[in-house]
Design a protein around this ligand. Structure first.
Ligand code: DP6
Length: 339
């Protein structure tokens, strides 16, 4: 009898666990043509981050009356829960099921502090939830699905160096690999100067971006900058990649600061790290900065210089934590479940 019950439970509840890397954009996603579908106004290019990952286990369980979402050790509430439930609804629609799900998710880095936690979170959720629902999506389909949870998440589905084609319809808007992780031994050293959740999330930042009068200028400049970044990647040319990435990051923050109402993501520590990078470069160290929508600074350097960069960053009093990332792989299934 017990054996029969166990067999029934195993047949009706299938767990799947996925792990996905966060990513850092060299050319940023900032502004949507369609905010509901998360169709961006420009292509973006990024690198997956191997030390900033989310692990997510999903099980659709007929015994549940409602979805249960646990992030870290906390039962998620409010907008965090609502966003995960909305994504589960997309998966249920694809799988034509109505069963509620249990979701447990864990990051190995601080949430909401400019390290794109939504990217790894929605990439891992997309893979785990579709598998748990019995679906096997292609990389492109998974990327399209992840995009609707969080735009940058579509870039965390393929591995290594990735471009997200903006497209003008949902079916045209997905990310593809430009080069595998092994192609270039680049490092992204994250100087964490704040771990508190930012007051204006990316979703609101995207909506506000179009109110900046610099926005149209940025869109016009992007095709040439995208081409520079593609060439820099193909040639493994760090100075070319670094300069283009700095330009793009500064432009994102210029647009945020000139949006109506203005958004300031920087803290004093942000400026300290940027100024230090400029000094180190003047002294001959090949290091470049970029930022997401937050105060933390990502430093791009060769693997051989990473120890030097880490040692120097640690000397800056505002730096609370340093996370070193090599190019990360694609979102993948794992056998160790979180419940
Ligand atoms: C500044 O993907 O976090 O990191 O789609 O609203 O979840 P939502 O936005 P999100 O935006 C990322 C913005 C960025 C730049 C980038 O990663 O391209």
């Amino acid at each position: 009898m017990n054996c029969l019950i166990l067999r029934i439970i195993l047949c009706t509840m299938v767990q799947a666990t996925a792990i996905a890397c966060s990513n850092i954009a060299f050319i940023k996603y900032w502004g949507n043509r369609d905010a509901t579908l998360r169709l961006p106004l420009n292509n973006s290019i990024s690198m997956n981050l191997d030390s900033a990952t989310t692990t997510t286990t999903v099980a659709f369980d007929p015994a549940l009356d409602d979805d249960v979402v646990v992030i870290g050790d906390q039962v998620a509430q409010g907008r965090h829960r609502a966003r995960v439930v909305a994504h589960l609804e997309r998966v249920r629609a694809l799988a034509r099921i109505a069963t509620r799900a249990r979701v447990h998710s864990r990051n190995n880095f601080p949430m909401g502090a400019g390290i794109a936690s939504s990217a790894s979170a929605f990439a891992a959720l997309s893979l785990a939830a579709t598998r748990a629902a019995g679906l096997e999506l292609s990389e492109r389909e998974l990327s399209m699905l992840a995009r609707q949870g969080s735009g940058s998440a579509c870039r965390s589905i393929p591995g290594g160096f990735v471009e997200w084609y903006a497209g003008s319809t949902s079916a045209e808007s997905y990310a593809v690999q430009l080069a595998p992780p092994s192609f270039w031994d680049l490092r992204d050293v994250i100087a964490v100067v704040s771990t508190t959740e930012k007051s204006v999330g990316s979703t609101d930042g995207h909506a506000a971006a179009l109110s900046s009068h610099f926005f149209a200028e940025r869109l016009a400049a992007l095709p040439a900058r995208l081409a520079r970044v593609r060439h820099a990647l193909a040639a493994r040319d760090l100075p070319a990649l670094g300069i283009a990435s700095e330009e793009d990051a500064i432009e994102l923050h210029l647009i945020a600061m000139t949006s109506r109402p203005p958004i300031f993501y920087w803290s004093p520590g942000t400026v300290r790290v940027i100024q230090a990078v400029q000094c180190w470069r003047a002294e001959g160290l090949a290091v470049y900065f970029t930022l997401d929508a937050g105060p933390n600074v990502h430093l791009l350097c060769h693997a051989r210089d990473a120890d030097t960069v880490v040692a120097r960053v640690r000397e800056i009093p505002e730096v609370l934590q340093v996370i070193v990332n090599a190019p990360g792989g694609a979102a993948r299934l794992v056998d160790e479940h979180l419940f």
